[in-house]
Design a protein around this ligand. Structure first.
Ligand SMILES: Nc1ncnc2c1ncn2[C@@H]1O[C@H](COP(=O)(O)OP(=O)(O)OP(=O)(O)O)[C@@H](O)[C@H]1O
Ligand SMILES: [Mg+2]
Length: 233
């Protein structure tokens, strides 16, 4: 579904990504783990068309999207939930959900909002409240729900566990796993390597802008280098 070949990105003199190659198969849930400043967000932004690339190819369903504008990439079905969630805090929960459907022209929007409420019942209770007044976990649910409203083929998640209490993180990750089980392909960026490796099929490890390891998530969980560098063992 997604294939990245030798992607490099710079911020002036800073090399953020260097010759990154990876792929994501349809229906898979894949994670990218790496320390602070490794280049994870830069990679997601490059896929979404929010970040200029220096060289390399990004193929989505066979065509190179590396030079497309972000709104055209969104129309192809790639949707990113940014670090920090990117909600409109002075719009209501339901207005935020509705905004996720802005690229759609069909009439099923209300129906899909009801489905989001089934998945996250608390959002139905809070549907008229400003998104900015919700707890961090509830805001992350709105962010996931809003992304789903666009009916994405590929969902990109940037650090969904950031700033959330462990019990809330569990709930969010359960929801993410359910999405995959329903057929959405997911690429998830996380500093919390244990969580990421626990729910994904495969993973890539990014260090200083380079992919240094990749493999099945449960194998990486047992890998001595991964344990030492990312699992605090
Ligand atoms: N707008 C920018 N201008 C200059 N340098 C930047 C900019 N954004 C990121 N960088 C640098 O690029 C590198 C990669 O940053 P990036 O945000 O992609 O890392 P990350 O893995 O997402 O980190 P974090 O875990 O903190 O979110 C870092 O060295 C960072 O300082
Ligand atoms: Mg980041």
């Amino acid at each position: 579904m997604l294939k990245i070949e030798n992607l490099s990105c710079n911020y002036r003199q800073i090399i953020a990504l260097s010759d990154v190659s990876l792929h994501i198969n349809r229906g898979e849930i894949v994670s990218l783990i790496g320390a602070n400043g490794a280049g994870k967000t830069t990679l997601l932004r490059a896929i979404s068309g929010l970040q200029n690339t220096k060289k390399g190819k990004i193929y989505f369903e066979g065509s190179d999207i590396a030079k497309l504008e972000s709104h055209d990439i969104a129309k192809l079905g790639i949707v990113q939930i940014p670090e920090g969630r990117g909600l409109f805090s002075i719009l209501s929960v339901e207005e935020n959900l509705r905004l996720g459907a802005y690229i759609r022209s069909d009439k099923d929007v209300q129906n899909d909002i009801e489905k989001i409420y089934i998945q996250f019942p608390i959002l139905k209770e809070k549907r008229k409240e400003y998104a900015g007044t919700l707890s961090g976990g509830q805001q992350q649910m709105v962010a996931v729900g809003r992304a789903l409203m666009s009916r994405p083929k590929l969902l990109l998640l940037d650090e969904p566990s950031m700033g959330l209490a462990p019990i809330v993180v569990e709930e969010i990750f359960r929801a993410i796993k359910e999405l995959r089980d329903k057929g959405t392909t997911i690429f998830i960026v996380e500093q919390n390597a244990f969580l990421a490796l626990s729910i994904t099929d495969r993973a890539y490890v990014l260090e200083n802008g380079k992919i240094v390891m990749s493999g099945n998530s449960n194998e990486l969980l047992r890998d001595e280098r991964v344990k030492e560098a990312y699992l605090g063992a």
